[in-house]
Design a binder for this molecule. Sequence first.
Ligand code: SAH
Ligand code: F3S
Length: 439
Amino acid sequence: MKYVYIKTWGCQMNEYDSSMIVNLLEKDNEYIITENIEQANIFILNTCSIREKAQEKVFHQLGRWKKLKNRNPDIIIAVGGCVATQEGKEIFKRANYVDIVFGTQTLHKLPNMLLTAKKNRKRAINITFPKLEKFNYVLKPKKILYSSAISIMEGCNKYCSFCVVPYTRGNEISRPCDDVLFDISNLAETGTREIILLGQNVNAYQGVTFNGGICYFSELIRLVAEIDGIERIRFITSNPLEFSDDIIEVYRDTPKLVSFLHLPVQSGSNKILHLMKRSYTIEDYESIILKLIDARPNIQISSDFIVGFPGESQEDFKQTIQFIKKINFDMSFSFIYSARPGTPASEMEDNLNLIEKKERLHLLQNLINTQTMMWSRKMFGTIQSILVEGYSKNKNLELYGKTENNRTVVFSGTSKMIGNFVNVKITKIHTHSLEGVLV
Ligand code: SAH
Ligand code: F3S
């Protein structure tokens, strides 16, 4: 009873949570993580509820695991993450073969819950919100990651009218500053060179310091930049709200912070932004970008967009398209609006049919893809600093790594380069990756 198969859906926070689960379960060598479903006898699904499709996928997946359990009743099935937090006991009702339901804030309870399920064959559920408790269980990963993510805060207080996150991850709460720095130092010692600061609204970070003060996000970035071994800093996601001038100043004086920023705008129409309860205007957003360009002339911006929000007229959509051109966004994520139960937007009248929504999405994505390609073409012939992460899967014996602006580059090199920065001249541009030669 010890082979564990884990499937993870959703955002980087979920990926991060799953990596904590792996570390926890592997700690005493009691469990072995496997990618082989035939071998596994414990199945864990870390779920996402951001859009309806993501939520429906959960029950399809559980149905597949049910078949395995029919053959082997000893199998244990655990469901965690955002769907588990939102649905709670309802999961047992809809899928009565599930043994464990755990929440986004209670993953550290999983080892105990597994024991209960194994020994007593009793169902276990815990979807409470014990503040930051799970971070007491952060362990050094067994595998070296040259680029590592670390959660600096949890939850969200913004309550955008379309979004479930505040209900599934709880209120914003920041991890103490020293805890974050300690974990990053540990990662740096094991070989991490690039750190990704994670949170739903990282720029709202307010971590208590050892002397009872408060460390704000801008200060945290500067402190992380001082840690030996950390050469590159990214963060995701920040919000245009609270993107204060002190953060823009960090772009001026901290070269380790990358010239690439994911700053979701969602829409280019002030009317829609207001209905979304985003609490900023496109003028506010543009003003942040202009200040950023002043601090970092080569900065590239990516965003998230929602199309077909209730009340989005043809004119509103046109404004989004114009705004995408104006800001010249690189690589964005775009989604058709999905009504989420319990959110204020789900009560608004949806005035568009699916065909119109799909058409808008298609138009928007075509434009973004053209702009992404344009940014990539600009890189042709330039020399880029790459953090080499390993051997490329597609091309045997070739290495791959990421540029500062998050593009994957494949090139020939030696194994000694893995985990280090090298300079590569870009020689070929593909839609989703680049090729280069060492210089
Ligand atoms: N904290 C981040 C967003 C987290 S959710 C921020 O403030 O931007 C990630 C993305 O999913 C959002 O940016 C949004 O574009 C999309 N999203 C969230 N709820 C959605 C919904 N109900 N329908 C469609 N897309 C949604
Ligand atoms: Fe969601 Fe808005 Fe927070 S998109 S995560 S409620 S900032």
